[in-house]
Design a protein around this ligand. Sequence first.
Ligand SMILES: NC(=O)c1ccc[n+]([C@@H]2O[C@H](COP(=O)([O-])OP(=O)(O)OC[C@H]3O[C@@H](n4cnc5c(N)ncnc54)[C@H](O)[C@@H]3O)[C@@H](O)[C@H]2O)c1
Length: 351
Amino acid sequence: MSERKYRVGIIGSGRIANAHAQGYQGVDEVEMVAASDPVQSVLDNFGQQFGIENRYLDAREMLAQEDLDIISVATWHKLHAPMTIAACAQQVKAVLCEKPMATSLGECNEMMTVAQRNNVKVAIAHQRRFNSAWTDARQLIAEGAIGEPKQIVCRGGQGLLNDCSHLFDMMRYVLSDPRAEWVIGNVERKTERYERETPIEDRSAGIIGFEGGCIGMLLQEIAGPNYQGGIIYGSDGIIDLTEQRARLLNNKATDWEDRPSDGSNQHVAQARELVDWIEDRTVHRGQAEHGMAAVEIIMAIYESARMHEVVQMPVRTYCSPLELMIDNGDLPVERPGRYDIRSFLLHGEEM
Ligand SMILES: NC(=O)c1ccc[n+]([C@@H]2O[C@H](COP(=O)([O-])OP(=O)(O)OC[C@H]3O[C@@H](n4cnc5c(N)ncnc54)[C@H](O)[C@@H]3O)[C@@H](O)[C@H]2O)c1
């Protein structure tokens, strides 16, 4: 590698930015030099905690003033696309953007285009791709430990774009990233529910047909408990996956085998692989194509609900079909009053 360390700037200095910063702290080749956040107290706390002196209330000013190599985009969903695009326009080497990649496929397309034009590597922070138990499940399935994967069942919450984006990404990751071929789903939105200022549905369900024949199923706020993981049923066995472990039962054993996660820091591994990608040693396992594939499945569920049809991929509706249905009055609110399930995170008058 070069003598100079890769200079990191962080956009959005809140909760997940702390995880990004801990990730960068674990990688020798990088140094965090700048951070931004419009809330002075959040910015200062973050800067002090991680020894970052160059602090900006305006992220675009940070991008213009600093000579940065890596940008973390750790703002709420609606700013993922504009901030990633602004970072790519500065021709940095890499952007690590939080999930969901964006709130519509149109935004994802713009991010991909600007990344390509400016030769910037963009990864999306589905960091559980670095959980050793999830990688273990992927390898077991690839080796045929459960035969032909037939079905994956997950239970999520907080709307499809938030936690559930990780679950759709998990389905693809453990199956070695197949294409989704078709999707059918439905949504219920009878309250004015938002999550981090993005409109979300009260409840939803989606069924996904993956290339190779495995069927993914996700229930959102329908049948708890919600958790990160799922049950993968194969022709010759089952993997029960959580963040803590993969449990395997197959036709070679008489009892479940517990295969715990090694507990290593996923954010450090995610940041390290970004450096390896910049230096062309590997492709980041969270590269933007995967983040976009998760958003496409979500948009396909919304589109299936809007069009009352099985959606064949690729999805060609580039706005959010959920937002379209809300705007068109197709999802009449029966219990009015806007609320955000994240409102406890608002930073008071400084906002
Ligand atoms: N990968 C994960 O497991 C995971 C976990 C938590 C959150 N997230 C994602 O991270 C994102 C941020 O969530 P959070 O929980 O950290 O929220 P947060 O509210 O704690 O932090 C977001 C910060 O962005 C700041 N911000 C707003 N506008 C800005 C702007 N124009 N420029 C710079 N900063 C700005 C806010 O003031 C806030 O401090 C969300 O999209 C969420 O989905 C991912």
